[in-house]
Design a protein around this ligand. Structure first.
Ligand SMILES: [Fe+2]
Ligand SMILES: [Fe+2]
Length: 268
């Protein structure tokens, strides 16, 4: 394990990110500290440190997706989008770490940079690419959207709302890539059964997140456990389970049940 830290080279390499930075010039970073209520600052620093890391890990996922799509001879514009999303995620990591810095600095986080993405286990290049796409795009990115929207509603800080809005602008396309890939891929029934297990396991992993990353209070981007409503579970049904089922990938009810009870516990 290594302490999580980010480094940027600057110069012409930083300029390449400027296209993505457009619109963030209006964010007044020094306002965050003024808007922050002291009781929330430590929890928020932790949440934004974890977010910076999960954005970094999403970048690793898209790099793997691009690599596996290349091996699967996916349409070149889909591959290009997956590659481009690595850039989006590095920019999100930059935004999240700027929030953490503006709140007083990142908290120490030990991570394993060599295990950012669990290698896919399916047979053949196409199924391995589909496995990564289901995990990261169809489930992960689709469920990130309602979590971010909920955090934005409860942020209580204009600056943090602006940061979350900027991140949200990219996330819809990140999930969309998954559906387009599945519609293109010629999958067998055995492939679909494997992908249903993969999706179910990924959905279950979100219940762990509720147990670990839920804050007691809400605001500044922390997950508001107490006020967490049905939005998230609706998203599981409408944005993940239903579109997967439409494509013949049927997630087991037991996998969804686990998540339902985790959300119910946090809402109590
Ligand atoms: Fe992101
Ligand atoms: Fe993303």
């Amino acid at each position: 394990m290594t302490e999580f830290a980010l480094e940027a080279m600057g110069g012409l390499w930083s300029k390449r990110l400027d296209k993505r930075r457009a619109g963030t010039e209006d964010i007044h970073w020094d306002e965050i500290a003024r808007e922050a209520t002291p009781d929330l600052v430590v929890a928020a620093r932790e949440v934004w440190t974890r977010s910076a890391f999960s954005e970094y890990a999403s970048g690793a996922a898209f790099a793997q997706i691009a690599t596996h799509m290349l091996a699967a001879r996916a349409p070149i514009d889909l591959i290009a989008a997956a590659g481009d999303f690595v850039g989006d995620e590095m920019f999100h990591a930059e935004l999240a770490s700027r929030v953490a810095m503006s709140l007083g600095g990142a908290l120490s986080l030990e991570v394993n940079f060599e295990k950012l993405v669990r290698p896919p286990e399916g047979e053949g290049a196409l199924l391995r690419a589909a496995e990564l796409v289901v995990r990261s795009c169809c489930v992960g990115e689709s469920l990130t959207v309602p979590i971010l929207k909920q955090s934005r509603r409860a942020a209580g800080s204009r600056t943090i709302e602006a940061v979350i809005s900027r991140i949200l602008r990219d996330e819809a396309q990140h999930s969309e890539l998954g559906w387009w890939f599945l519609d293109w891929a010629a999958l067998t029934d055995t492939d679909r059964a494997h992908l249903a297990t993969v999706a179910g396991t990924t959905i279950r992993s979100f219940s762990v997140l509720f147990g670990r990353e839920c804050a007691a209070n809400e605001g500044l981007g922390t997950l508001p456990c107490a006020s967490f409503d049905g939005t998230f579970l609706d998203a599981v049904s409408h944005d993940v389970v239903e579109p997967l089922a439409k494509r013949g990938i049927v997630v087991a009810e037991a996998d969804i049940e686990d998540l339902r009870s985790a959300v119910a516990t946090t809402a109590e």
